[in-house]
Design a protein around this ligand. Structure first.
Ligand code: SF4
Length: 398
């Protein structure tokens, strides 16, 4: 493995990147516990073991968060159970809608004041929730809004899963635009580097995919975990045997440029990252998504498309990797802009000529800073109470 020893002065060290951040841990929540631990928790409250299944059924299956509705539990125990086992963790402080109401971005205030964001996107045949795994991010990619504020702390499993439960609840109640529905896809592509918060993210994956009532019962094939290339953690994820899709944010096919765009490359170079991605594809049978933000005159030259294609093709020719091109989304203060249309088209053509599957991602959520690389959890002065705003479409239905 081509693990490098470090980077130039000023680059984050691998210890800094892997650190969970300085914040305190949030209160323990039902969603932090494995099923056996839930039984222990209700017993510790003096309740019989079967109450655990009832609580999980209300939380994950019926998506009922009001203890008054838990009518099969003793009335005098409901509030106590909610207070001890299901403390509030995520307070919605702002909701913005775009794309005629089919994209809704929610800003959450956590128990310690940290802000994170999630985005609910409805399509014809699926509904995707894009979730955050960290408050801020320690990687510091210069084109990304999240990276500019640094890492505040890792999220707990419950804070991660809670973003999906909220979306599932909105859909189940029919209060999300488009009427009743279910969450079919979850992408760990919001704020943070998911694999820097590995154990919480893996526990969240298990809880999202665990059958009801102990989890949300979402197919692992509907889950995508992204990374900028934390190679040891990519291999750990592969070894964990959960058939999620891996999305690798590559953004450059040559180490010289990637060292600048993705500072983690100074620790794990492109060969190491692509070798780990290839192993994940081979082991899981899931095609890896190679994410590539197209930046005008920086990484969008045709020769870079050819180089990217060669580096993918030399590892396997069964379409193990799919390239997802992302027009750069504008972020405040950034010196970079999206590629010209003709350069984007040429990039696509050159990849396709080598037989590499390629698509250009739509710009869902761009007006509300909900698109890739734009999540930065800036809540305006009206953020003290839940603020709802619609941009370029119907009002938020939540
Ligand atoms: S692109 Fe991803 S890894 Fe890089 S700074 Fe942004 S959130 Fe962090």
């Amino acid at each position: 493995m081509n693990q490098r020893t470090g980077g130039p002065a000023g680059a984050p060290t691998i210890e800094q990147i892997m650190s969970p951040g300085p914040g305190r841990r949030p209160p323990r929540h039902w969603m932090d516990l494995a099923p056996a631990e839930r039984v222990d928790a209700v017993r510790a409250m003096g309740l019989p073991a079967f109450r655990a299944r009832q609580i999980s059924t209300h939380w994950f299956t019926r998506l009922e968060d009001d203890p008054a509705g838990w009518t099969d539990l003793p009335a005098d125990a409901r509030e106590r159970i909610a207070g001890i086992l299901l403390p509030p963790l995520l307070e919605p402080v702002q909701e913005l809608a775009a794309d005629h109401g089919t994209t809704v971005k929610t800003a959450w205030r956590l128990y310690d004041g940290c802000l994170v964001e999630s985005v609910l996107m409805r399509y014809l045949h699926r509904t995707t929730v894009c979730i955050s795994s960290e408050a801020g991010c320690g990687i510091g990619c210069p084109f990304c809004a999240t990276g500019q504020g640094g890492l505040q702390r890792n999220l707990s499993t419950a804070e991660i899963v809670g973003q999906v439960v909220h979306g599932a609840r909105l859909l189940a109640r029919g209060s999300a635009p488009g009427g009743p529905g279910r969450v079919t896809n979850v992408v760990f592509m919001g704020m943070g580097e998911p694999l820097a918060n590995f154990s919480a993210v893996l526990a969240a994956v298990r809880e999202l995919t665990r059958p009801e009532p102990d989890g949300l019962g979402i197919s692992a094939r509907g889950l995508t975990v992204s990374t900028v290339g934390m190679v040891p953690r990519m291999r750990q994820l592969t070894g964990a045997g959960v058939p999620v899709t891996l999305a690798v944010s590559l953004h450059a096919p040559d180490d010289e440029l990637r060292d600048e765009l993705v500072p983690l490359n100074r620790h794990f170079d492109i060969d190491a990252v692509l070798d780990a991605a290839w192993d994940h594809a081979r082991t899981s049978g899931r095609r890896v998504s190679i994410e590539y933000v197209l930046i005008k005159d920086v990484n969008d030259q045709a020769w870079r498309a050819d180089l990217l294609a060669r580096r993918l093709a030399e590892r396997g020719d069964w379409n193990w990797a799919h390239v997802n091109l992302i027009p750069l989304n504008p972020t405040p203060g950034s010196r970079w802009t999206a590629s010209r249309r003709e350069d984007e088209e040429a990039f696509v053509r050159h990849l396709a000529r080598h037989g590499i599957p390629v698509t250009v991602r739509d710009t869902r959520g761009r007006e509300i800073d909900g698109a890739c690389g734009q999540l930065a959890a800036r809540v305006g002065a009206d953020g003290g109470d839940l603020a709802r705003r619609a941009v370029g479409g119907a009002p938020a239905g939540a």
